[in-house]
Design a protein around this ligand. Structure first.
Ligand SMILES: N[C@@H](CCC(=O)N[C@@H](CS)C(=O)NCC(=O)O)C(=O)O
Length: 221
């Protein structure tokens, strides 16, 4: 299988299935296409029917979209336990994954993923603050009700964690003040070996995408 991704520093959608594959030791070849270069669009179209990353190629099948890729992988690699075994937990895991997949546009557009950067916390507009509060509420709900068997949202690492991992990095990048429980979850994401591999590679990238570098915030790193 081949996974088409973009810059590890910036591409939050790419990170999700990459983490899922790597965490479960599923062999794949990574094809990295940096975004917003003169060749990006043509190269993306060569692999991805939507022209977006991530895309997974498995023989003649192309699966685009982060959540669809994770679902596909969970079906063909049952050892990955993509969703929790308990039906109620599984329904909630699907609901929160769908919610992050389709929502949080204020957070996504104002606090874009940028693993290398650190900004001093600065109050955001109401829509972003609402998104942050909702994410913390989701994490608290999952951890309190379904997280007894381990440190992840549903105890064991699941697709839901792959979907929320990039959000954890935004909380670090923008020094978002979060509850102790959310902080523990963020630390759990950062401690995951698969995440560490992605993060180390992101730190070594040299591309700078200026639209994702904020000039109106005080930079700490
Ligand atoms: N809903 C899609 C979103 C994919 C997406 O927006 N990817 C961005 C990068 S993170 C992209 O490919 N952008 C390329 C472009 O805009 O040209 C998913 O879950 O995979």
């Amino acid at each position: 299988m081949q996974l088409i991704i973009a810059n590890k520093n910036y591409s939050s959608w790419s990170m999700r299935p990459w983490l899922f594959l790597t965490q479960h030791g599923i062999p794949f070849e990574e094809i990295r296409i940096p975004l917003y270069t003169p060749e990006s669009e043509a190269r993306l179209r060569q692999y991805s029917p939507s022209g977006l990353v991530p895309a997974l190629l498995d023989a003649h099948l192309a699966v685009w979209d982060s959540l669809a890729i994770c679902e596909y992988l969970a079906e063909i690699y049952p050892h990955s336990h993509g969703w929790p075994a308990d039906r109620a937990a599984r329904a909630v895991a699907r609901a929160v994954s769908a919610e992050i997949h389709s929502g949080f546009t204020a957070l996504r557009s104002s606090l874009t993923m940028n693993l290398k950067a650190r900004y001093r916390w600065q109050q955001c507009d109401a829509a972003v603050m609402q998104d942050i509060a909702r994410i913390e509420a989701i994490w608290a709900l999952c951890r309190n009700n379904y997280g007894q068997q381990g440190p992840w949202l549903f105890g064991e690492f699941s697709i839901a964690d792959a979907m929320f991992a990039p959000v954890a990095t935004r909380f670090v990048t923008y020094s978002v003040p979060v509850s102790a429980q959310s902080r523990t979850y963020v630390d759990t994401v950062y401690a995951l070996p698969a995440f560490q591999h992605w993060y180390d590679a992101a730190l070594r990238e040299t591309e700078v995408i200026s639209r994702y570098e904020l000039s109106d915030r005080e930079r700490l790193a």
